[in-house]
Design a protein around this ligand. Structure first.
Ligand code: SF4
Length: 198
């Protein structure tokens, strides 16, 4: 990834899982002005001007982290966003979710994405108990990895993010409209109880 590549683009969201849907994330990130389209420019900016640029995207709380990250990429990685998970997670403000998203969406790597929404869907599909630490859980990582379409990781992860946010909602999931209902433990139970009520 070249230095001029947009440092914040696509469905990569801000570090930790938020309550916002991935649709909202894409909308807000796409609102980042074009004037921060260069990592070099970002690294050279004062935090106050980065604040002005990120405010419209609702990312104001990440200003200092974004600035530190840009400096690290400029100084440690010759202005190129690293591809390796370890190198990515060593950047300021980058955790497993963002590292996986960068690897998948920017580099096409077959990485699974663990966030609140995908974990919720995986917990329902596989009948697993989700906890606060599930984002770092090997069980959930392996579960999502087993679903991943390794030939089309970008498409798969975008579809999963949409499914988790829009259909497999936290409350009242739309199991009757879900394309994976027959593969899902929760969905099969929901279908059975619906049929019993009829
Ligand atoms: S069937 Fe229901 S619980 Fe299962 S993934 Fe689809 S929406 Fe979620």
């Amino acid at each position: 990834m070249e230095e001029d590549a947009r440092p914040v683009s696509g469905p990569v969201r801000g570090g930790s899982s938020s309550q916002a849907s991935c649709h909202a994330d894409r909308t807000s990130v796409s609102a980042v002005p074009e004037s921060i389209s260069s990592l070099k420019q970002l690294a050279a900016s004062r935090p106050r001007s980065i604040n002005d640029l990120l405010r419209s995207a609702g990312l104001r709380w990440r200003v200092r982290l974004v600035h530190r990250m840009a400096l690290q990429i400029r100084d440690t990685h010759h202005g190129r966003i690293p591809r390796g998970r370890r190198e990515l997670e060593a950047l300021a403000g980058v955790g497993p979710y963002v590292a996986g998203a960068v690897r998948c969406f920017a580099y096409g790597e077959a990485d699974e994405l663990l966030d609140t929404n995908t974990i919720r869907s995986a917990s329902r599909v596989f009948g697993l108990q989700a906890t606060d630490s599930s984002r770092r859980s090997r069980v959930f990582r392996d579960a999502l990895r087993s679903l991943l379409d390794r030939g089309h990781p970008r498409e798969f992860n975008l579809a999963l993010l949409d499914l988790a946010a829009l259909i497999c909602r936290p409350r009242s999931p739309l199991c009757a409209s879900c394309p994976v209902c027959t593969e899902c433990q929760y969905g099969r139970r929901a279908t059975l109880s619906r049929e019993l009520r009829q």
